[in-house]
Design a protein around this ligand. Structure first.
Ligand SMILES: *[C@@H]1O[C@H](CO)[C@@H](O)[C@H](O)[C@H]1NC(C)=O
Ligand SMILES: *[C@@H]1O[C@H](CO)[C@@H](O)[C@H](O)[C@H]1NC(C)=O
Ligand SMILES: *[C@@H]1O[C@H](CO)[C@@H](O)[C@H](O)[C@H]1NC(C)=O
Ligand SMILES: *[C@@H]1O[C@H](CO)[C@@H](O)[C@H](O)[C@H]1NC(C)=O
Length: 482
């Protein structure tokens, strides 16, 4: 579940002048800092969750830099729910996705370290459609975005009822920051990657402090929110490189500096959403890759059109982004997704690899050129500074530290893919897979791509445990529209 598109509509940045009671959380004991060093879990590399405690209930929630409110919907309900009698609806994406319920208030805590004694949240009673996150054990959402004027529905409802002095309806971050007005208002996020060999298994969310592993992020260039006052984590992208060469990408935004783009950093988006022309510019460089619109070939991730690039699974693609003149490599494992697909006649399973970056369509139109979700954010440690406190008061900014070494990740990709494919069904050349699906080639006649490890081993059709394979659906991603 996505951040709020609605939040993009609010252009004025509200500088918080909070009158909340102060609690001293500045001096974090070393033990607590260690605990918060591994407080984010990946669900299939698609969603990033943390356990929060609200009104005494421990709830696993999605972390979402694209929205601001906190909501929970645990299947067993909430104990100690203190209903304020207020209710609201929070909308996401194009507005058709929403959650509604009663606003409660209670003690919030993350790791027992970041706490708010009196925090408003939404106890969700109903939602639009079925949220796929609930099926995979994610029972809420923690918004980590801006509290622009009106950007929080919960705060709107609380202040409407109680007046502008009521601060308990503010976002969790605003309430934590308000406890320590002298320090900078920032958070640090590290997302883990499942399945690589670099031991990047630990993810972390820290508030007003850095993950000790990545403290040098403070020395990275400050990437200012652009345009200032956007109310989102939108920053300037210098270029997007494939094989070392920038792709052509004219921005649609007047706020973008000449020759550059604006992208929005969103932990609530699984992949990278960008215009189809740029998706094509990236994947067309892979020898043997084929673009298809066959609706029988499922999408790897949410896309606004049915364009799918089928790519050879062992094709390693060298992708990097440039911010403030610095390159940030994207791990090849983040560029394509591997899964298993059943032939239309049901007689054969094939391994298939598809584009991880997909068509943004009209999402974010007029606000951003792209959503840089988890496929990008796994490659950096990011400090998000709201610019609302302490010595860094001013325009919000982001600092990023690369966690992906282009050379090492290329070797890692080759080893990881080869090992995974040992235990998977045969792979076809992309063009042959497309022909199997459009009926011009019988699955039984298709000749698998031969790799040394698989040669003459047609019997090896077992499945790698934990591959998260969904046959037919191939649903490796979710509809994370913001
Ligand atoms: C959340 O709590 C569950 C249950 O105690 C635990 O298994 C899981 O590891 C926790 N997740 C994180 C990110 O700490
Ligand atoms: C319950 O919520 C009301 C506001 O609706 C608040 O005044 C009261 O202090 C809350 N009680 C607890 C125990 O949090
Ligand atoms: C394809 O994979 C599914 C899921 O593991 C399995 O049930 C099915 O028998 C496989 N089909 C063939 C033809 O191997
Ligand atoms: C199936 O796809 C192949 C490869 O794109 C194409 O050459 C062929 O004309 C298609 N056949 C049908 C029946 O659509």
């Amino acid at each position: 579940m996505p951040g709020a598109a609605a939040s993009l509509l609010f252009l004025s940045l509200l500088v918080l002048e909070s009158s909340a009671v102060q609690f001293d959380f500045k001096v974090a004991p070393p033990k607590a800092a260690t605990a918060s060093n591994n407080n984010l879990d990946s669900v299939g590399n698609n969603r990033y969750i943390t356990n929060i405690t609200i009104s005494g209930n421990v709830v696993p929630v999605l972390i979402d830099t694209g929205s601001t409110d906190l909501w929970v919907a645990p299947p067993q309900g909430l104990t100690n729910f203190n209903d304020t009698g207020l209710s609201t609806t929070v909308r996401y994406g194009d507005g058709s996705t929403f959650v509604s319920g009663d606003i409660g208030v209670g003690a919030f805590s993350l790791d027992g370290q970041f706490t708010v004694p009196f925090q408003a949240y939404l106890n969700v009673a109903s939602e639009a459609g079925e949220d796929p996150d609930l099926d995979i054990g994610i029972f809420g959402l923690l918004g980590l975005g801006f509290e622009t004027n009106g950007g929080s529905e919960i705060n709107n409802a609380v202040q409407h009822a109680q007046g502008p002095e009521a601060t308990w309806g503010q976002s969790v971050l605003s309430n934590i920051f308000a406890q320590n007005p002298d320090s900078s208002n920032f958070m640090g996020i590290a997302l883990s990657r499942l399945g690589d060999q670099e031991g990047s298994a630990d993810g972390s969310l820290t508030i007003a402090e850095y993950d000790p592993d990545y403290e040098s992020v403070q020395n990275s260039p400050k990437l200012s929110q652009t345009p200032a006052g956007s109310g989102t984590w939108s920053i300037v992208l210098d270029s997007f490189k494939v094989g070392g060469n920038p792709i052509t990408w004219p921005s649609t935004l007047s706020a973008a500096p000449a020759g550059k783009n604006i992208v929005l950093l969103d932990t609530g988006t699984t992949n990278i959403l960008m215009p189809q022309a740029q998706v094509n510019a990236i994947y067309s460089t892979i020898p043997g890759a084929v673009l298809t619109q066959d609706p029988n070939i499922p999408l790897a991730h949410v896309s606004e059109s049915h364009n799918v690039w089928v790519v050879p699974c062992t094709a390693e693609i060298n992708v990097a982004t440039t911010f403030a003149g610095q390159d940030f490599a994207i791990h090849p494992l983040d560029v394509t997704d591997m899964g298993i697909i059943q032939s239309p006649d049901g007689t054969h399973n094939f391994t298939v690899c598809l584009n991880a970056f997909t068509d943004i369509g009209l999402i974010g139109q007029g606000e951003t050129d792209a959503l840089f979700g988890d496929s990008f954010l796994r490659n950096v440690y990011t400090a998000f500074d709201f610019g609302t406190g302490g010595p860094t008061k001013g325009t919000p900014f982001v600092q990023m530290l690369s966690t992906t070494d282009a050379t090492k990740s290329a070797a890692d990709f080759t080893a990881v893919r080869a090992a995974a494919m040992q235990n998977m069904p045969p792979e076809l050349k992309p063009i042959d897979l497309i022909r199997v699906f459009n009926g011009s080639l019988n699955a039984a006649d298709a000749v698998p791509v031969s790799t040394d490890s698989k040669k003459n081993d047609a019997s090896r059709r077992t499945f790698a445990p934990g591959m998260g394979v969904v046959l037919g659906g191939f649903l490796l991603g979710f509809s994370t529209l913001f």
